[in-house]
Design a protein around this ligand. Structure first.
Ligand SMILES: C[S@@+](CC[C@H](N)C(=O)[O-])C[C@H]1O[C@@H](n2cnc3c(N)ncnc32)[C@H](O)[C@@H]1O
Length: 343
């Protein structure tokens, strides 16, 4: 069951950094814009209002349910939108399918939408019980259940370390492998309990007085008597599994390169990411494509002839939401926005 009706409570689904995104993408009436992660259509709604009757929007999402919600929210603009149920790794193809060779702007808002976090049945959240799923796209074959129950201890450690940056990955992987000797691990709750147990044994979490967790952002400490920022111990493991299930880092690199190849000269790409692994890929992709010389660093004299840069970076440092926005929309707190222009 959907926890809240997103159309009765649109204020719960405020698009992150939307004013800055619109400004930096320099959207004008009549342009063609791609929203590579349309989600609930919040950013797209802003874009469409500016694009006007002559503009076009290509709206992509890997999640069928979100696409339906976006279709509903944006039905007022339906004659100007083409929707695609697709992974954004196929973005270049989808732009051609939509009938365009190049576009004026491309936007990515990575990560999870509110219903994906709030609905237990989607299996993304350690705060709500549900099947161990975590797929954005229900038609893709690999679920978190498959990884947790079938992957070797070594592979689980690798996933937890690489994608979750979890220093005690070994303890969690060991506990999972022990547990599944007697029965399969089927739910988010079962996995969360295993993580909590294994990390408690390993030491640092659950210092005395810790009484509750609030979605990984903050919690109250009886001992210290004030609110402290602390992550739920399952945060990193759930993040790692989600990244592995959806091949998030791999498709991001591919999707960004595809997107940049489809931007017109002067067109802009804007990306909001929510954790350092994603942001690093955006930063490096932008940086690599903004170099004039693409020769290997070992070569002493340039052989490529220079002038190879394809991008001009507009945000040397990522832009972040201010306190006011974070207060209105706590999920925006980790957002990092990077923008570049095609040369
Ligand atoms: C943070 S939400 C986007 C919210 C949206 N900007 C709005 O205003 O409602 C991220 C969306 O990206 C989608 N998504 C994540 N990875 C994707 C991928 N590789 N390809 C396509 N969609 C993806 C998710 O399904 C989710 O709907």
């Amino acid at each position: 069951m959907m926890s809240k009706n997103v159309f009765d409570k649109p204020e719960d689904h405020i698009p992150v950094l939307s004013e800055i995104v619109v400004q930096f993408m320099r959207i004008f009436p009549g342009q063609v814009i791609v929203d590579a992660t349309v989600g609930l259509g919040g950013h797209s709604e802003h874009f469409l209002k500016i694009l006007g009757k002559k503009g076009s929007l290509i709206a992509i999402d890997a999640d069928q349910e979100n696409l339906s919600l976006a279709r509903k929210r944006l039905e007022h603009f339906q004659d100007r939108i083409q929707f695609f149920h697709s992974n954004f790794e196929n973005l270049a193809e989808k732009i051609e399918e939509a009938g365009f060779e190049f576009v004026d702007g491309i936007f990515f808002d990575l990560g999870l939408s509110s219903p994906q976090v709030d609905e237990g049945k989607r299996g993304f959240s350690f705060l709500r019980d549900g099947p161990l799923d975590m797929r954005f796209d229900k038609t893709s074959p690999v679920t978190a259940h498959y990884l947790v129950n079938r992957f070797s201890e070594k592979d689980l450690i690798h996933i937890f370390r690489t994608y979750g940056e979890e220093p005690r990955a070994r303890f969690v992987a060991r506990a999972i492998v022990e547990e599944r000797k007697t029965h399969s691990i089927d739910t988010t709750k079962a996995l969360t309990e295993i993580i909590e147990r294994s990390l408690r044994i390993s030491g640092k979490y659950f210092e005395s007085g810790a009484v509750f967790y609030s979605g990984g952002a903050g919690m109250y400490s009886k001992k210290r008597g004030f609110s402290i920022r602390k992550r739920h111990p399952a945060t990193r493991i759930f993040q790692a599994l989600r990244i592995a299930v959806n091949r998030e880092l791999e498709v991001l690199e591919y999707g960004l390169n595809g997107a940049i190849s489809k931007l017109k000269k002067g067109g802009r790409i804007a990306v909001i990411s929510y954790h350092s692994l994603e942001d690093r890929i955006v930063k490096h992709t932008f940086r690599n494509l903004s170099r004039d010389c693409i020769c290997s660093p070992e070569i002493l004299q340039c052989q490529c002839g220079g002038n190879q840069a394809k991008l001009h970076i507009l945000t040397k440092k990522p832009l972040k939401p201010d306190q006011q926005e974070i207060q209105k929309n706590p999920r925006s707190r980790s957002a990092l926005l990077r923008v570049a222009e095609k040369l």
